[in-house]
Design a protein around this ligand. Structure first.
Ligand SMILES: [Zn+2]
Length: 551
């Protein structure tokens, strides 16, 4: 090689291939077979840039995919903090390009992902990397890919596979002013949820290239109307349990958190799982939010489009802290997955202390700060908490026929977990008993649709009153209800009497007033009357501080 370059001093080697020089000078090039890169096409004048996206938590962030072909030993090098899945895409893309009938450049393919300091997760970068390589190798016109955001995973055969987070990528394409989004077939309905964005879907890489070259067409996706299905679990299936049904309705109407205590099998899970069905219909914005969260977490079938029902999350008590609040790999936790819906914690005292305490801040702030390896993100967490507990570890404390087999100390420690700062944020506490056979057999209760109508009206009254500052009574500072226009003097003096008699804190009294306000809203009453205060006490007093077991 040294001899070769010495013999050809006047030739610009970066623009003419050595094979060309050798031919002109009559030199036999021995190494051209051993080093095929020596005889390949000239190096591109500049690197190719393709727009892609990487998922970070529940957001898609813009990622520029720069591809450069260098005259060195053939290899694919990816720089710019790729995760393991992105690093492996080099092998997937090579096979996909070859299987689709295109040529993979026999040069050093350098792929740089920008911004370089952002950790790139997910497999959605396969497609922009493949397009960048083909454009750099001259097999795809550059102008075809300009302004287009592509997001998809490639299989070895060249087929495009659906990826999580298409709706987040579509939101990014819209906000960044891209001329459109290219996604794998199956993801187009989810991506088309973002209005005003052109979405194209392809089944494989060959289809994408054919479309970009203008040889074949891809149909732009139209958004299909979402069919709103009624919630499957209906309250009419619950026999008896009048107090619990009332508590559920009040919780839904005012956005209050609820604690239910009762023996095993009394219907706590049955009641809680019907709560999403009586909450008001979601707005388009709320539905888009939960669709994005569930899609980025990989829990949503992208072919279904918009999620039409409020989430109901019921994690097991062995859940880790990261599973509860989010953070493992930047994924959302249960409290974010329950956003705009219900988080049900059955056997609440069995949850580890740190998981219980971690709920305190999100319950106040309605969002949670999650730490990742390379930074922090705020995740939304506007959920309703429904906690359920047995009266003691064995579940038979206070039972009429079954004796409790717990040691007194065990029972006390168990019941201590009901109290504490977290449960100060729970407005409604009720005690359930096993329903009688007559109640179970005796007939159906009111259906969910009727309850939902009252709840929706009560929520509408609250939203009209607060003018967008708060969405429901539970979010409003309790002091506001001390105002004479919202509560009459008789009800306030009754509350004062009860506070003095039961030695309640001011915070507890404010919470009672919020519940009373919701009861008044359900009856379309502009002021809180004494009956509302009495009912609010009934919905709270079952587990009040003095009733705690002191054995
Ligand atoms: Zn017991």
């Amino acid at each position: 090689l040294g001899a070769f370059f010495a013999l050809a001093p006047g030739v610009e080697t970066s623009t003419a291939s050595p094979a060309f020089v050798a031919r002109n000078y009559g030199i036999r090039l021995f190494y051209s077979q051993a080093y095929p890169l020596l005889s390949c096409t000239p190096r591109c004048a500049m690197a190719i840039m393709v727009q892609g996206a990487a998922l970070v938590g529940i957001d898609a962030l813009p990622v520029g995919v720069e591809v450069d072909l260098l005259r060195r030993l053939p290899a694919v090098v990816i720089v710019g903090l790729p995760s393991a899945a992105v690093r492996e895409s080099a092998e997937r893309v090579r096979s996909a390009i070859l299987a689709s009938g295109f040529e993979f450049p026999r040069q050093r393919v350098l792929i740089s992902l920008t911004p370089a300091d952002l950790k790139k997760e997910g497999t959605g970068l396969d497609l922009p990397i493949a397009l960048g390589i083909l454009a750099a190798a001259g097999q795809l016109p550059l102008e075809a890919i300009s302004g287009l955001l592509s997001f998809g995973e490639l299989s070895l055969s060249g087929a495009l596979r659906p990826v999580r987070g298409s709706i987040a990528a579509a939101g990014l394409a819209k906000s960044s002013g891209a001329r459109g989004l290219l996604v794998p077939e199956g993801c187009e309905q989810e991506a088309a949820l973002i209005p005003g964005l052109s979405v194209w879907a392809a089944a494989d890489l060959r289809g994408v290239i054919g479309w970009l070259k203008g040889e074949a067409g891809l149909k732009a996706t139209e958004r299909e109307p979402t069919l709103s299905e009624p919630f499957q679990l209906d309250l009419k299936e619950v026999g008896g349990q009048l107090l619990a049904r009332k508590a559920l309705e009040v919780a839904a109407a005012g956005g209050h958190n609820l604690l239910m205590e009762g023996p095993p099998g009394c219907g706590k899970t049955m009641l809680a799982s019907r709560l999403p069905g009586i909450l008001p219909q979601m707005t388009e914005e709320e539905a888009l939010d939960i669709t994005r969260i569930h899609s980025c977490a990989g829990l949503h079938n992208p072919g279904l489009g918009l999620l039409g029902q409020r989430p109901f999350r019921a994690p097991h008590h062995s859940i880790s802290l990261a599973g509860m609040i989010g953070g493992s790999g930047g994924r959302p936790g249960e409290i974010t997955l329950a956003h705009n819906g219900v988080l049900f914690l059955d056997e609440f005292p069995e949850f580890p202390r740190h998981a219980r305490e971690a709920l305190r801040a999100p319950l106040e702030d309605r969002r949670v700060l999650v730490s990742r390896l390379d930074g922090q993100s705020w995740f939304p967490a506007r959920f309703m908490l429904v906690a359920a507990a047995n009266p003691c570890p064995c579940g038979f404390w206070g039972h009429l026929t079954q004796p409790c087999s717990c040691m007194p100390g065990t029972r006390q420690r168990y019941r201590e977990r009901f109290s504490g700062p977290l449960l100060d944020r729970v407005d409604l506490r009720i005690e359930l008993a096993n329903p009688s056979t007559a109640e179970i057999v005796g007939g159906n209760g009111e259906p969910s649709a009727a309850v939902q109508e009252r709840v929706s009206k009560a929520r509408a009254r609250q939203q009209a009153r607060y003018g967008g500052a708060w969405s429901c009574n539970a979010e409003v500072p309790g002091e506001l209800f001390l105002d004479a226009s919202l509560s009459n003097s008789a009800s306030l003096s009754l509350l004062q009497q009860e506070m003095d008699r039961r030695k309640w804190s001011a915070r507890l009294a404010r919470r009672l007033l919020k519940v009373a306000r919701t009861l008044a809203d359900l009856q379309e009453n502009p002021v809180v009357e004494t009956t509302h205060i009495e009912q609010a006490i009934q919905l709270r007093v079952a587990l009040n501080e003095e009733a705690l077991c002191q054995c």
